[in-house]
Design a binder for this molecule. Structure first.
Ligand code: URA
Length: 239
């Protein structure tokens, strides 16, 4: 919780003295009611602020859910190729958003972008074991041997040790859900290729508590809802 005058002045639009005046004139509203005083303690992330009836965005960080299309890089900039940042409006690009983790160029689906470095660190930390669920179309069909191998934790040809992963066949078995608790380079593709089941297409459905909004068409984005933000902030780092 933060003082109202400090928070509103941190937007750069008013000094603390001006906020005090605005509050005393009843022009500052918090969650649909007139602010009690400049020293009032408010929730900077979840409360809704308005001055003269205009919503004021006081959130310290921005959180964006993107349905990444195939063909764009999960990077902030690239000289020759389109990046996920190119799918966002200029004002968001200027805030210095970055993707939380990477999806391969041809992988589609859920990508979180933010300027909250601490949250990104928590989500990506190997200690967090944040589950990531991918829908994979593969060549061949998933069998019990594949399920057991992923569940045991695969060791790939180059010696890479993977943590136990979930594998759930869908339909006739050439589509499956893969659940990782880490995010090594090309991990899903490499694990399934090692089982003789190369991946044709890969789509991320969820990351921890965050699930891709089905309404979001490929290439489209939206801000996280307060509930989604709170769920992400509530993630615990386990050892
Ligand atoms: N695993 C992969 O192989 N590729 C991705 O983009 C994500 C996970």
């Amino acid at each position: 919780m933060e003082r109202l005058d400090k928070l509103l002045s941190s937007t750069g639009r008013w000094s603390r003295k001006e906020v005090k005046t605005l509050v005393s004139q009843g022009r500052v509203w918090v969650d649909g009611r007139a602010a009690a005083g400049p020293e009032e303690k408010v929730d900077p992330v979840n409360a809704v602020f308005a001055v003269d009836g205009q919503i004021v965005d006081c959130a310290p960080f921005v959180y964006v859910m993107l349905n990444k299309p195939a063909g764009v890089l999960s990077a902030t900039e690239d000289r020759n190729q389109a990046t996920v940042l190119d799918l966002l409006p200029q004002e968001l690009k200027r805030r210095g958003l970055f993707p939380v983790g990477r999806l391969d160029k041809d992988t589609t689906g859920l990508l979180l972008l933010t300027d909250d470095g601490a949250l990104a660190h928590r989500l990506l930390s190997p200690k967090s074991h944040v589950p990531k669920v991918y829908l994979a179309h593969i060549e061949g069909r998933v069998d019990q041997g594949d399920i057991d191998a992923l569940a045991a934790g695969m060791v790939l040809a180059d010696g890479l040790r993977c943590l136990p992963a979930g594998l759930e066949p869908l339909g006739e078995g050439n589509i499956c859900l893969v659940t990782l608790q880490e995010g090594k380079y090309h991990q899903v593709k490499r694990m399934l290729a090692a089982r003789g089941k190369p991946v044709r297409t890969l789509h991320r459905q969820s990351m921890g508590p965050l699930t891709l909004d089905e309404e979001l068409q490929p290439g489209k984005w939206r801000f996280l809802t307060p509930v989604e933000r709170a769920e992400l902030q509530g993630l615990e780092v386990t050892t």
